[in-house]
Design a protein around this ligand. Sequence first.
Ligand code: F6R
Length: 604
Amino acid sequence: MCGIVGYVGTRQVTPILIDALKRLEYRGYDSAGLAILTDKVISVCKTEGKIADLETKLPDMKGTCGIGHTRWATQGAPTTVNAHPHVSGNIAVVHNGIIENYQELYDWLKAEGYEFVSETDTEVLAHLAHKYYKGDLVRAVIEGLKKVKGSYAAAYLCSDSKTVVAARKESPLVAGAGKGENFIASDVTALLKNTRDVVYMQDFEIVQLTGEGMQFFDFDGNPVKKKTETIEWNIEAAEKSGYPHFMLKEIHEQVTSIHDTLLGRISELSGEVILGEVTLSIDEIKDLERIVIIACGTSYNAGLLGRYLFESLAGIHTDVEISSEFRYANPVLSGSTLVIAISQSGETADTIAATREAKTYGCHTLAITNVVGTTLSREVENIVYTRAGPEIGVAATKTFTSQLIALYLLSIYFARKRKKMDVDRSKRLLVSMKQLPGMIQQILNNKEFIQKQAKRFSNARDYFFLGRSLNFPIALEGALKLKEISYIHAEGYAAGELKHGPLALISKETPVVALATRSSTYDKMVNNIKEVKARSAQVIAIACADDNEIDKYVDVVIKVPIADELLYPVLTSVVVQLLAYSSADALGCPIDKPRNLAKSVTVE
Ligand code: F6R
């Protein structure tokens, strides 16, 4: 997730772009840059760091037309050279998204004589537009983008004319209409100071901004009629896209974040997973005797699902350790061990220290992380970026489900290389994974029902979350989410373990969330539900859409769409997130900033 902006008008463009970028900083903040047109010359200023760092470096850039960018790195470290805009000849471009066929385009453009200076995928967009430019920027952008697979919201500037051209596919883009001036931005937040009249762009649409107006086209160059809408939100609400909290916005963003985690990484045709930043050789993967996953908090819960996947799909013995424990446990590791550090922020002190400890044993290392260029990413040999975009709410939501997706991808990748999974099974699984965003949307469509149930039980002092097998990590995660944002005490339990002690705590005052999607342990789970029901607990079951039996045993059923059995944890995660969110909301808690907690724990 990055932020892009563009302006054409009569006012000085630099302060307008800087102000707009500051409002988009929540979308990314590792580097930033501007390209300004002055007398048929494009000047570029860019830097690593935040918009404030860019401001201190800006020369006196005069001009009334320009584009800008705030970056959240997905390919290439957050350095000045990788910062946008990227330039090819007389054309500059800023981009939010991921170019899936980057390597193919890179090779082709290199052969055509184009020089690449950055490690980013965006640079191909600049060269493509330059290659096809014959005096008409709109045409050049269309021709270039027709070659591109992936997602983009991109804005282009050309030294020949005072215009900004922008196009969209699967990344947000909105145009703003002013008087004698027009704007483009990743979202309305960046526009509201200047105009409330906006046009939301759809996939495969392109806009040309001039001072006089905005013209919209499809990818065949045909004019498209668009409706201007007037925004009623204030700036604060707009930053959250109208959601009351970042956490709720981020729960909703899982429809796109999961899509982004998958983008360019699966081939449904061959049944293969493509993980460019994993450099382990086939022999090294075949020789792996053990995986040790190290992580804290929510990332640890993701790791527990990872254990199940690596063992059952790839046949690799896997242990999961809490980073702060692993560090001092005198672990037994060898050169045939792969240590996987999972950390959203890539800056968690205990996970970094545990990774350093693991390296002293000469094992292979891999990070699953969301932030490019962090301390953790510099410590490891292999990386899988989760590409969930920045997460502002302290409680991890979209980054958790993207970690799960990364673990599915990695375990299928290892399973295929170790010949533990046949191609038909991997094809089926990959096809089902692609359907997850749509299924999450269906769960979100049922949000009001889930909210109502959470409100009904929000006065409870204690909650239990029960799951078995694949759903056990999600029971832990559901309890963690509820505790941290609503301050209701909650326990996540392996359902079969309950009768070994905690069953004593169950009474009619205790809501029990039972994760009961279809699996080989489903019948056992129903037995556990009966156990708690016999102690008068109020049971909220999360079950499959076609499960009409479960209603008989529980008080409330929240249904999830039917999916491949292995993938239900992703769907049940979204439900427990909504339950936690809605409980905290009903209690009036400060959801995005719970007491005593920080987004990134950089001390031991
Ligand atoms: C809970 C939460 C924390 C983090 C933990 C590790 O919602 O976000 O438990 O998961 O602090 O953080 P990372 O993943 O950044 O290492």
